[in-house]
Design a protein around this ligand. Sequence first.
Ligand code: C2O
Length: 348
Amino acid sequence: EEGARALLEAHCLEIGDVLPGIINILIHGQLNGAQIDYVPPPVTSLRVRQPAHKVSSEYIAKYNKATEIMRNLPPSDPRNFMQQANIHALYCDGPDGDKDGLGKYIQFLVHNSWLFFPFHRWYVYFYEKILGNLIGDPNFALPFWNWDHPDGMQIPDMYTDESSALYDLNRSTAHQPPTTVDLDYHNGKAPKPREEQVDDNLYGVMYKNMVSGAKLPLLFFGSPYREGSTTTPGSIEKHPHNCVHIWTGHEITPQTPLGEDMGAFYSAGRDPIFFAHHANVDRMWNIWKTLDGPKRKDITKPDFLDFSFVFYDEHAQLVRVKIRDCLNTEVLGYVYEKVELPWLKERG
Ligand code: C2O
């Protein structure tokens, strides 16, 4: 076991030698003392996350610029684009797609349980703050990939411009626009006519995983993350979250054996579209709490609320955050633009 941990640490350091604070916690289960306990700053104005298919060209230029600066930061800076992707990799199954089976020695994993929503909320939060900081715009907000609305059911155009910092080569060649996203996709599934696909997405996937199949907190969030018990993912994590990852990633080839980038945990953050995808997943958490039903409320168990993660903030400072501090996005300084929810209405 000690040997495995040492090997895992060596692998992690290869890809993330600037992330020792995170590596320490994930492999050795201890903080290195350099972290501060993060308190969200007082909110003076709210950042508004907009649907990616509706933003202005000025907005796209700004987002592109910020991402370009992030890509060009030295690799020794934890705010560098690849290091940000590595943070996600470290919290998933290690830096290399778990090829050597060492992922199980990581102290905790953030998928397939109730850690899923809060981990990704904090991760995307700091990513957004870093982008805003790099362009001197504290009001900068990420876009969300509005895949739950027919108008947003394809890869948003801003990500397909090959000259843009938002472009990623490792994406499915078959799923370029205007191909309609399949929110229930699995590898090899045959495409359907647009109308049928939209209907399946709205009623087969969205209604089911937000409304009829998610009436209780643990169904929506996923099972508790506790020593010795196996876990199951929440409804939205499974579909559409996982499906959109696989649908977006490249077909399996010798160069992309795991469906990189979006199709594998270790590489998903290397595609800028990850953050628009996760903004929409995060938006579902906010929306779910507003739907009818007495039990559509956040989990109140102390071992959930007190669970913590570490990240690097926009000043490259190692910070520790708690789940209890991320339940309300307005306290974190952001909201989602309100758009129509077609899956909530009667089938047309
Ligand atoms: Cu941590 Cu969408 O995955």
